[in-house]
Design a protein around this ligand. Structure first.
Ligand SMILES: NC(=O)C1=CN([C@@H]2O[C@H](COP(=O)(O)OP(=O)(O)OC[C@H]3O[C@@H](n4cnc5c(N)ncnc54)[C@H](O)[C@@H]3O)[C@@H](O)[C@H]2O)C=CC1
Ligand SMILES: NCC(=O)COP(=O)(O)O
Length: 333
């Protein structure tokens, strides 16, 4: 018989965002949503302000499984100052970073099976001196992996996408692209499909950067000079890779059936199709790490925080996917 996984660590994200609400709703519906034991990591007041359910304060992940049916287990990280939903503060940004740090540490130590990160506001973090583009790169660094060697995958029921460049200005994208970066993201994606999803021979579709994938160089030369050479290298290594494909025709239903993941050149090229199809259940996961990390695809949604309107399904999908990837890794190494 398989031994049970340790609990998952779920950071609440920005205390003024919808992270606390969707985590609380996940706990409320844990049986219906099929969720394994998890421990929230963050500010208790961000929960009690928007939820009157039971909170079980724990100090050790080993207390989580026995407490899980009594209340939402919480490892407390207090924010300096009150937390008001919809009103982000500098203290809240510090709290979201401390919660992320603790949750990642729990996964790295093995006392939690995986980390699921709640939404943070990037501009709030940048304002307190956070130098990473996002949580993806922060987690990579904490795990001792170069940010270039991880992949930010957005996954839904019928589509998985990975942007080569992540949180950068669009005007900087062409200069950041290189065959080496495209190859590194592709390898992290392909190995992640094998290692976390059990797809033995993964198929990767690679998007072009320019309209019509450059139209033979008439509409841009990145496909010829950067993307096609990277694809050739990957094919020579034995990977099943096609492209560069025109991005506008690679996401309809019959095109999606031909690949396991789409490698895209920039953030919106990857995230628009995923969120258009699967916003309510989209999961962001980081491939290439020694730990499992997932997150819901949405952000802090300050515009609806505290109004009991936040949909918990993406957080639930992130928790389920973290558990399933952790189980797969535990069984297959
Ligand atoms: N993984 C993360 O930590 C992410 C963080 N962000 C951050 O979130 C902040 C806000 O970003 P936005 O682009 O406005 O995206 P957002 O996802 O926070 O909100 C976009 C729209 O969707 C709605 N929405 C989002 N999640 C929802 C849910 N679970 N239920 C119901 N409605 C929901 C919001 O009310 C809003 O109208 C930014 O500062 C960004 O940095 C954005 C995406 C991911
Ligand atoms: N748009 C995706 C996103 O913002 C997720 O970023 P990260 O904080 O998980 O790196």
């Amino acid at each position: 018989m398989n031994s049970p996984l340790p609990p998952l660590a779920v950071s609440l994200g920005d205390p003024a965002g919808i992270g606390p609400e969707v985590v609380a709703k996940c706990w409320d519906s844990r049986h219906a949503l099929g969720l394994p034991p998890f421990v929230a990591v963050g500010d208790p007041r961000s929960l009690s302000e928007i939820w009157d359910g039971p909170i079980a304060i724990v100090t050790d992940p080993r207390e989580v499984a026995p407490a899980f049916d009594q209340g939402l287990p919480l490892l407390a990280v207090a924010a300096a100052g009150a937390s008001v939903a919809g009103q982000p503060t500098t203290a809240g940004a510090h709290c979201s970073l401390d919660s992320l740090e603790l949750a990642v540490g729990l996964a790295r130590s093995g006392s939690c099976a995986a980390v699921v990160t709640g939404p943070v506001a990037k501009h709030q973090l940048y304002a307190i001196g956070f130098t990473h583009p996002g949580q993806t790169e922060f987690v990579a660094e904490r795990c001792g992996v170069s940010p270039g060697n991880v992949a930010m995958m957005l996954a839904g029921p019928t589509l998985r996408t990975v942007p080569v460049t992540t949180h950068v200005a669009l005007r900087d994208v062409p200069d950041m692209l290189s065959p080496a970066l495209i190859e590194a993201r592709a390898r992290a994606t392909l190995r992640g499909l094998q290692r976390q999803f059990g797809i033995e021979e993964p198929r990767l579709a690679v998007a072009g950067l320019n309209p019509h994938a450059g139209e033979n160089g008439a509409l841009g030369r990145e496909e010829i000079e950067l993307i096609a050479p990277a694809i050739e290298t990957l094919r020579a290594e034995g990977w099943l890779v096609e492209g560069p494909l025109p991005a506008d025709t690679m996401f309809h239903a019959s095109a999606r059936a031909r690949y396991d993941a789409a490698l895209c050149m920039y953030h919106d090229q990857a995230l628009i199709p995923l969120k258009a199809l699967h916003f309510e259940e989209g999961v962001n996961l980081t491939l290439g790490l020694p730990i499992v990390r997932t997150a819901p695809d949405h952000g802090t949604a300050f515009d609806i925080a505290g109004e009991d309107r936040a949909d918990p399904r993406a957080m639930a999908a992130a928790i389920r996917m973290a558990a399933s990837c952790a189980r797969y890794r535990a069984l297959n190494g």
